[in-house]
Ligand binder design. Sequence first.
Ligand code: SF4
Length: 516
Amino acid sequence: MKAVPQWSREKHPLMSGLRMRGGNGSRRSVPTQFKGVQSGVPSMYAVRLWTVRHAHGFLRVYRFFERCARVLAPLVRLIGARRAERLMRPFERTAKQFLFDCQMCGQCVLSSTGMACPTNCAKRMRNGPCGGVRTDGTCEVDSAMRCVWVEVAEGRRNAIRSHGPGQAADILLPPIDHTREGSSSWMRVISGEPQTGPLSANHPVRSTAATAGDFEKTCASGRFIVTVEVAPPDSADPDALLARASRFSRLADGINITDGAGGNCHMSSVAASAILSTHGLTPVYQVACRDRNRIAIQGDILGAAALGVRNILCLTGDDVSQGDHPQAKPVFDLDAVSLLHTVRRMRDRGEFASGRHIDHPPALFIGATANPFVPPYLDRITNLEKKIDAGAQFIQTQFCYDVPMLEAFVREVRERELHKRCRIIVGVGAFGGAKAMRRMLAKVPGVHIPEPLLQRIERASDQKAEAKRICIETIQALAGIEGVAGVHLMGHRNEDVLAEIIVESGLRPAPLTSAA
Ligand code: SF4
C-alpha cells in the first residue's frame, strides 16, 4: 500500500529560506479589496510563515494578553469605548499586519487557525481549504504563495503539540461580518464582548425521509449510486441542455448541473436544474459561492426549491482567474461550509442566515465536495467531518486516478464512522489521450494524476480506449471499497463516453436493454 503523502516543509522552496512572495507575474494574490493594504511588502509574507512555525509561542502570548485584557476594562469604561478603540486601532493594525499579514477583518480567529490569518486566503475562506490547492501545497490562485490553509494546518499542529487539542480546536467558523471590517478585535477582548464563536452544528439534522426525492431515496437504499456531471449549454435553448442530460435518464441516479464550472459563463445552474426537473429528470443543483453573496444565494435556493429541485451541492467554487472572465469580481461572501450551514438552517429551522422566518422552508437533500488528493492531506478528513457537521448528507469527490490514495482516505472515513453519516460518491472520468490529461493536470486546480498512469496511456496504441479502460478499472476497484457509496462521472462535453463507461463497467444496463 502506498503511503499517504504528507506536506514536507523541508522540500518546499518557500519554507527553506523564508523566500518572498511575488515576482513571478502571478495575477492576484489577495482579494482585490485588500490589494492596496498588502501588495509590495514581501517581507510580511516571510514573517507570516515564521509566526505559523512559532504558533505555540504566539498562542501563549495571546492567552496571556486575554487574561491581562480584562484588567484594562475599567480604564476603557473611563475614557469611553469609541475613544479607546481610536487609540487602540493603529497599534493593533501595525502589530498584526507585521506579524500575520492581518487585514483587520474585526473578527480575529488567529487563536483557532494556528496563527495563520484566513483573510489572506484568495477566496477568503473561513473554513478552508478549498479543493483547488495545488499538489505542491501552493494556492490555486497564486502559485507563489502557500495555501493559507496548509499554513493553518501546520500552525494548529504546532499549537496542539504545546498546548493540547483544546487550544487550537478546528471549529466551524461563521462567515465574515462585513460591518466589523476595520474595527479592533482587541477592544472586544478587553470589553469582554463575545468573540467570533463557532457556528452551532449540534442541532439534529431534521429527518427528510417524508419529503425525500428520488436521489435521496436511492442514497438511502444502499444501492451503488451513479451520478453524472453535465455542463449547461452556452445557449438560451433548453433543448440543447435536454439533449445532453436526457441520455442519462436511465443511466444515472442524479445529474449534476455545474454552476459556472471553472469560472466560465454558461446557462445558470438554477434555471438548468429547474428545466431538468420539469422534464422528469433528477438534477443535483450546484451552487458556487464565487458569484453571489448570501442574499442572492438564499433567494436562488428558495427559487430552485419552488421549481421542484430537490438536491443541492454546495461548493466554494473555482476562482475567476481560471475562467473566461478573469476581470470579474470574485464574491466568496460564504464558503462551502458556511453555505452548507445556511442551507441546513433554511431547511431544518425555517430561517434565513439573518434569523428571519421562512414561511415554507425548502425540502432539500444537501451535498458537498471533498478532495482527498491534494494537501493538506491529514486535514482533508477533518474538513470532511466539518462539512458533515454543517449539514452534508452526501459527498462527491474530485477525480480519483489514485485508488490507493483514496483507500487510505476512506479507511480514515471508516475509522471515524463518517460513511454512516453521509454517502461518499467518488469522482471518476476519462479525458481523451495523455495530452488532454496532462493539459487538465496543468490547468484544472486540485487534480492529481500519478505519472505511471499517464505513461500507461501514452504507451497505448489507442490512447482514448486506454483512458476509458482505466476509468472502468477504477470504478470496479471503487465498488469493492467499504465506505464508497457510488461514483460520480465527470467529463466536459464528453457525455457519449461517460454513458459507455456506465454500461461497460456494469453499473447500469444499456438503456435499450432496460427499455425492452
Ligand atoms: S488554495 Fe484555496 S484555500 Fe488555499 S489559499 Fe488558495 S484559495 Fe485559499
